[in-house]
Design a protein around this ligand. Sequence first.
Ligand code: ASP
Length: 353
Amino acid sequence: MLNLIGVLLTGLMMSGAAPSASAGEAKAQDASPVAIAVHGGAGTINRDDLSAEREAAIRAALESALQAGHSVLGKGGSSLDAVTAAVTVMEDSPLFNAGKGAVFNCAGVNEMDAAIMDGETWRAGAVAGLTHTKNPVLLARLVLEESPHVLLVGEGAESYGKQHGIEMVDPEYFQTEFRLEQLHALQERENVEGCGDGIAALGGFDPLSFGTVGAVALDADGNLAAATSTGGMTNKRFGRVGDVPVIGAGTYADNKTAAISATGHGEYFIRVVAAFRIASRMAFLGETVHEAANAVVMDLLKNMGGGGGVIAIDGEGNIAMPFNTSGMYRGWITVDGEMGTAIYADEKQELKQ
Ligand code: ASP
C-alpha cells in the first residue's frame, strides 16, 4: 500500500504533460479505450460571481486532475489508481471542498468524508468524519485494499491510517480564509452562530457549499472505478455524514453498468441511493448511462428538491454529467483523447464516443 501511494505521488508530480499530447499518445499506444471524468462540485455557480481569474484557476486544476488520472491509464494502470490520482490532485488544491480547502462545520472544524469503489471486484473503502488526514481518498483506498471493512469513521479511521503510514496533518492545514468567510456569511445570513437546531445546522445545500470532488474512469482492461472526497456542507452539524462515503449513494462502481460519483445535497442522494439507482436503471431497465443519470438527477432528485449532479462512465467510455443546479465544475478525457472542462449548464455535458 505504501508503495502504491509513493508511486501515485510520484506520478502526480510528473503529470505536467500537455493535455492533447498525453491524451493522444495514450490513445496511439493502446487500442483499448480508456477515459476519465472528474467533478469539482455542483451548486449555484453564476458567471457574474466567478472572477475570470478564479474560473481559469479552477479549469486548470480540473485539467491537472484529468492529466494525473489519464497518465495512469495511458501507462496501462488501473482505473482504481487513476481515480485515486485524480482525486488526490483536487484534494491538494485549496479551490475545492475536499482535503485542503474543505468547508467548515458549525463548530468551525473541517470534517471530511471520502470513498472509492472498484467496479471489477465490488471492493469498496470509505471514511467519514476525518479531521487530520491530508488526503482522505488515500485512507479510503487503504480501507479498500487492506481492511476487511468498508466504512471507518473518525478517530478509529485515522488511527488505522496512522498505523499504515497515511499522512496526517495538523487541522490548521485545512483552514482557509475563503472557507471561513463562507461559514461566517452563511451563519450571518441564517442568523445563527455555532451549532443550533436551525436550518444552518441541518446543512442546507447552500450556494456556498459546493466543491466536493470526484473521478470516474475506464481502464484498458475494461474496468471501471469511482472515487469521491468532500468536506461536506458548510455549517453542517458536527458528526453529520453525507452521501459521499455511503456506497451506492454518492459513490458506486460496477463493470457491468457504470462508475458514478455524485455531488450535491447529500441527504437526498442517500435517500434515493442515487449512484446505485443509476446503475440499477441501466441493469434492469436497459437504459444508457445518459438516460439513467438524467432520470435520477434531472427528474427524481430535482423534483424532490435535491440539488446536485453526478459524473458517470460506462464500460464503453460514454460519459454522462447531468446536474440540476446552475453549474457543476467538471472535466473529461474521452476515449478519443478529447479533453475538456465545463462549469455552466449551457456548456457541453453529454459525451458520446
Ligand atoms: N454531497 C456532499 C455532502 O452532502 C456535498 C457536496 O457535494 O457539495 O456531503
